[in-house]
Design a protein around this ligand. Sequence first.
Ligand SMILES: *Cc1c(COP(=O)(O)O)cnc(C)c1O
Length: 369
Amino acid sequence: MIDLYAQYLSIKQDIDSTLQTVFKKSTFIGGDYVEKLEANIAQYCQTKYAVSCASGTDALYLSLWALGVGPEDEVITTPFTFFATAEVIARLGATPIFVDIDTDTFNINPNLIETRITKKTKAIIPVHLFGLSADMNPIMKVAKKYRLYVIEDACQAIGAMYQNKKVGAMGDIGGFSFYPTKNLGAYGDGGMVVTNQQLLADKIRLLKNHGSKKKYCNEEIGISSRLDALQAAMLSVKLPYIDSWNNKRIKISKKYHNLLSDIPWIKLPKYDETKCKHVFNQYTVLITNGKRNLVQSKLLENGIASTVYYPIPLHLIKALSYLKYKKGDLPRAEQACEEVLSFPLYPEMDDKKIITVSKTLHSLSKIIF
Ligand SMILES: *Cc1c(COP(=O)(O)O)cnc(C)c1O
């Protein structure tokens, strides 16, 4: 699906020499690289503060925790996302409330949010899935009306924009992941929160560091969630490339679009390009004739990897069965899970590979439809 080694080769000199520097300094926890990366990410995301942590999951978990989300609270989110989005809500003892998606964008349908708001609702987590911003204006409007917090799950979407605003910077707080396959990936795990609210940034810094500002003076119960210096150093080499890498992803998505638009059983990504900069962490289509799994296995026979993100909507996932959702409750998310397929996409991918995917898909038209 993606070739991380190709990216490494393109920046090898810088990565290798920075590694040497980190080892020479031998400060592996905290230090300059971590502080500089936080400052640079805040600047890149157009926010006042950025606080690093161990993963995207922790970024979301710490955000909800710092906002005081806990038992008795309900948090509205999408069922069509990675498990972590809902897991962190449940981990804090709060109840995830799932709202169906818009099939064109795969993101939460803002028009359905208000119907699920109760006295217990405390926050909304829109997810900018596959690199496309959720429709933030109506989401912020309903959040304001009911005084709800907005936590953006921007784990797949660093650099994506909505009406010239960076994702992560529109709600109260935004969470990013540096998992290796994200658009800005570390060589291991990492995460970051961004916010314009100083109290929130301070609280997260406290919670992620054993509840202490000063060593051995623990003020409250926290956790240990750190981005290590090695990962911060690697990310600091990569950050200057993020826009050019994202733009390459957009170019590749356009090539896919042009090559695949005549296949009647494939529905291509559809979004408002004048409003959103989609950064294509995934190029995800719908296989609309009920033969998604067959298409995937035929692609594999031809040496082409493709992935189903995601096969099970979260309202039907085993770990959350206590919420008592049923099949049919959120039909658009359920249908997406049956029809989605993501094709290979990474910035260093060459045209030949895109053409091979297209040719193979066209040849399938004759065999299976
Ligand atoms: C990757 C991802 C996460 C979790 O990030 P980790 O760094 O793997 O913990 C959360 N939400 C979404 C939408 C993701 O894609």
